[in-house]
Design a protein around this ligand. Structure first.
Ligand SMILES: [Ca+2]
Length: 268
């Protein structure tokens, strides 16, 4: 039962007014691991719309997209995704005014009628809390913008932290939150308007289900095969021709823009 002691001690510190002194020494209550005082995954403060669900996380990596496209952090693909459909090009990647823009265009390249963009992170983490603030801007049928993770050595696994299909702008189905593993998947539509700015996050810890968050509120819990491999983060904007994102039609605006304010990763 000694696991209760840190919590009791913290309460006494706060009550005695000694907390300010601790902060001045560079010590805060965050040094008391919340899991020591209760369940490993307690709800976060209701007011926090971004950041990890526990204060014991520390930020390990980020790209704020405030200073140009950083090729040390991301690799942009140049090549066909499908020769009959889409070509991914660095020309559709732009960082300006503090955000990343990935364009989907109907300008065509070679045999493909559409061009898109595909970024994979050079950073390949394992476990932690992953989060991005993003929106689909100028979106319509065919556009398909996703913040996701996949295995560095194989697919599956796949974690779709925020998958946005342009043909669903008007349906209210929202972002798709999904975990694909060997032999199954667990996905859920979030019912938010993904053309507005939102913060999307996923928590991945050993022995725990994946927990998906939007604006700090848990929206989906995905059980399935334990995920133990390193993952690559991806930001992609493509053009679909099937039912998943719909086909471009006369209502599709061009270029479609998948806009990302930042991507962050925390570890414990
Ligand atoms: Ca930014």
């Amino acid at each position: 039962m000694n696991h209760l002691m840190p919590h009791l001690r913290r309460t006494r510190w706060v009550a005695s007014g000694a907390l300010a002194g601790l902060c001045a020494l560079g010590l805060t209550t965050a040094s008391i691991h919340p899991s020591a005082a209760g369940p490993a995954l307690a709800p976060r403060a209701a007011a926090a719309s971004e950041g990890p669900p526990l204060s014991s996380y520390r930020q390990a990596w980020s790209d704020e997209f405030n200073a140009g496209f950083d090729t040390s952090k991301w690799t942009a693909k140049e090549g066909y995704r499908d020769p009959k459909r889409q070509y991914n090009t660095k020309n559709n990647v732009e960082v300006s005014d503090g955000t990343l823009k990935l364009y989907a265009k109907n300008d065509g390249y070679g045999t493909a009628p559409y061009t898109g963009a595909w970024l994979s992170s050079n950073y390949r983490p394992k476990y932690g809390y992953f989060e991005a603030r993003l929106r689909m801007y100028n979106a319509g049928p065919g556009h398909w913008g996703t913040f996701w993770l996949t295995g560095t050595k194989s697919w599956p696994p796949e974690i779709d932290v925020s998958e946005n299909m342009g043909n669903r702008v008007s349906t209210g189905q929202g972002s798709y939150l999904n975990y694909i593993y060997e032999g199954g998947s667990s996905g859920k539509f979030s019912r938010i308007n993904f053309t507005d700015w939102h913060v999307y996050g996923v928590e991945w810890q050993p022995g725990q289900p994946l927990r998906f968050y939007i604006d700090g509120v848990q929206r989906h819990t995905a059980y399935g095969q334990p995920l133990t491999s390193e993952m690559t983060m991806l930001l992609t904007h493509g053009v679909g021709t099937g039912t998943w994102s719909g086909k471009p039609d006369s209502t599709t605006p061009w270029p479609g823009i998948f806009e990302v304010d930042w991507v962050r990763h925390w570890t414990k």
